[in-house]
Design a protein around this ligand. Sequence first.
Ligand SMILES: [Zn+2]
Length: 417
Amino acid sequence: MCAAALLCSDVTLAGAAEEPSSNPVAASNFPIASDARLAGDAKQTRFVLDLDQRIAFRAFTLADPYRVIVDIPQVSFQLAAGTGNAGRGLIKAFRYGLVMPGGSRIVFDLTGPAKIAASYVWEAANGQPPRLVLELEEVDRTTFVQSLAPEGRPELRPAIADAAVTPVAAEAAVPPKPAAPPDPRPVVVIDPGHGGIDNGTQSSGESEKNLVLGFGLALRDRIEKSGKYRVVMTRTDDTFIPLADRVRIARNASAALFVSIHADALPRREGDAQGATIYTLSDKASDAEAERLAEAENKADAIGGVNLTEEPIEVADILIDLAQRETRTFSHRFARLLMGEMKNTVRMHKHPLKSAGFKVLKAPDVPSVLIELGYVSNKGDLEHLVSENWRSRTVGSMAQAIDAFFAKRLATAGAAN
Ligand SMILES: [Zn+2]
C-alpha cells in the first residue's frame, strides 16, 4: 500500500481518524497555525508555534545533515511569508508543509548536533493560544548519534510508515472489487518534482513545485487523450513524495517510461542560463552543472525530512545489470527523440542532453528521463514557464516524442516475435 496514504500513529487524536478517506484538500477544518517564532541562543533554542487547538505531534532528530522533524496532523499554516527563512541559535532555518494527506511536517535545519530537551503542547491559558513548543539543546556528535531513537534511525520514514491506523481498517472492511481486465496499454509515469514541504527552486514568487505540477497534469491530459497509454502520476496535488517512492511507483506500475519534470535555477553569482535540458542517469555527471543539479535534486529527501538510507532494490544483481543496460539504451533513445521534438518548439539549453546521478532515475527496469523545463532564475524562461501557450506547445512536442518512442518500441517488440 502506498505509504502516503498512511497516517502518523500520533495524529489520530486530532481528528484525522474521523475522515480516513476524505480528500484532505477539500476539508477546511484543519487546525490553524497562526504564528511561529524562535528564541534563545546557540546553546539553547526554543521554537513556538501558535495554534487554534491542541494537536498531537511527534518530534525526532535526524543526522547528516542535522535536522529535527516534527510530524503533526494536517495543519493550515497561516504564517507570514518568509517564516522560517531566518534562523536563530541552533536553528539555521525551518520549513513546513504537507507531507501526505492528513499529515503536515516541520523540518528544522540545525547549525550542529542538538537534542530535543523538551517538547510539548500547551493548552490555551492566560490569553495565550494553544502552543506547540520545542526546546533544543546543543550536544556533541557522539551524544547526538546515541540519542537517535531506534525508530528515528535511518529506517525510511518511521513517522509515516509506522502505524497503519485507520485507512487500513477502513480498506479491510470494503469487499474486494472484482478484478478489472488487465490493461495492455504501456504505462507512462509522470513525475512532477518536489511538492508539499519541498518547494524546489523559487524565483519571483513562483515555486518549481507548482510549475511542474501544472505542467505534469497538462502532459497527462494530453497523452491520456490519445487513449494509447495508461498514465500514472507520482503526485497530483501539493504533497511531498520521497524520491524512492517515486521510483517505487514506477516499478510497481511496471512503467514503460518515467518522465520526471523539473525547473532549474542558477545561483545569481553563476550567471544566467536558459532553455530546457534533458537528463538521463549516469554514474558520472556529464559536466559540472549536471553534477550540481543532480546534487540539488537529490536533496529533496533531506528537505522533506526523510532519512537518507538507500533501500536495496529487490532483484538479483545480475538481472539488475542486464535490465539496466537495456533500460539505459531506451532512456537515451527517448531523450534523443524528446530533444528532436522539443527543439522545434521550445528554447533548449546550449547543451540540451546531459547525464548525472539522479536518484529518481534509478529504476533498473524503467526507462527514465528528467526534464528541466527551463530556469526560473532566467526572466525569459520564467515567462515561458508560466505561459499557457508555451506549456501547451511543450506538452505537444513531448507527447509526440512519447508516440515516437512507443511506435519504435512496439515495432521492435513485434519484429522480435
Ligand atoms: Zn527540481
